[in-house]
Design a protein around this ligand. Structure first.
Ligand code: ATP
Ligand code: MG
Length: 259
């Protein structure tokens, strides 16, 4: 097998990237797929959600792998850098990853560093999901270069903002220059409340701004405090409370995603 690599991105913070990474990953794993999650955000939220309270104490994280590639050293073994957590495998991250951005500036093939790491594990998985950090810096560029497709998460308030335009521009730049086959899966609306804006209006808004070329997933993820609760339990909400409206929404979204 050669896994599909999905980057979950938006330079805006707190729009559901990490939560979506966990739930998409869990739903795919539940279907019997082999799934690897990569925490590619120095904040290490995904790593902590996976039950590691002190990421900075880990010997091998995505930071160490990135440094090994930059310094042209041999990559650590998979047993060292892949952690299994029940149904899911993941590569953790720690705050040190923030130092990589500086080291990348002078590195050869700096945009390809993450891709070369993923190359080593690609054949072991059906899906590899990268949880990006909230920025459009060199780390996120690495994720865009390494992926087959980008899934954008956004809250309703954020849709009309200029930020989405900048994100799409960046993806298109990467497509033109380095990763011609990159696709945009679409936009998943998270933390949706019926009060904020009607679904129809959202779709109209996107269509007006970007034409029909960007898909907005029909299934939206409602806002609920249960999400924070499930994070504290180190579980995706689909695992923590399968019947909850957010779990149902994520499950339906994954069906739509795979269609
Ligand atoms: P960052 O850019 O900081 O990495 P993010 O885009 O990864 O953020 P999350 O960490 O998934 O976003 O979510 C941000 C916060 O909102 C978290 O505290 C999370 O528990 C909460 N949250 C995520 N999804 C929902 C939801 N559907 N309803 C309510 N709260 C949510
Ligand atoms: Mg996050």
């Amino acid at each position: 097998m050669s896994g599909k690599v999905i980057a979950i991105a938006n330079q805006k913070g707190g729009v559901g990237k990490t939560t979506t990474t966990m739930n998409l990953g869990y739903a795919l794993a539940e279907q019997g797929k082999k799934v690897l999650l990569i925490d590619f955000d120095p904040q290490s939220n995904l790593t902590m959600c996976m039950g590691i309270d002190r990421p900075e104490e880990l010997d091998t994280t995505i930071y160490h792998l990135m440094m090994a590639v930059i310094e042209e050293k041999e990559l650590q073994s998979k047993e060292q850098f892949i952690i299994s957590n029940g149904k899911l495998d993941f590569i953790p991250c720690s705050i040190e990853l923030s130092a990589v951005e500086v080291n990348l500036v002078n590195a050869m093939s700096r945009e390809l560093t993450l891709k070369s790491i993923i190359q080593e594990v690609k054949d072991d998985y059906d899906y590899i999901i990268i949880d990006c950090m909230p920025s459009l810096g060199m780390l996120t560029i690495n994720a865009l270069v390494a992926c087959n497709s980008v899934l954008i998460t956004a809250t309703p308030q954020y849709l009309s903002a200029k930020g989405l335009e900048l994100l799409l521009k960046t993806i298109l730049k990467v497509k033109r220059r380095i990763n011609p086959s990159i696709e945009i899966d679409g936009i998943l609306i998270t933390m949706f409340t019926e009060r904020t804006i009607l679904s129809k209006e959202i779709v109209n808004l996107i269509d007006e701004a970007y034409g029909k070329q960007i898909k907005v997933f029909e299934n939206k993820i409602p806002a609920s405090v249960k999400v924070g609760e499930s994070n504290l339990k180190n579980k995706s909400i689909i695992e923590y409370q399968p019947g909850h409206k957010v779990a149902v929404a994520y499950t339906k979204f994954v069906e739509e995603y795979l269609r």
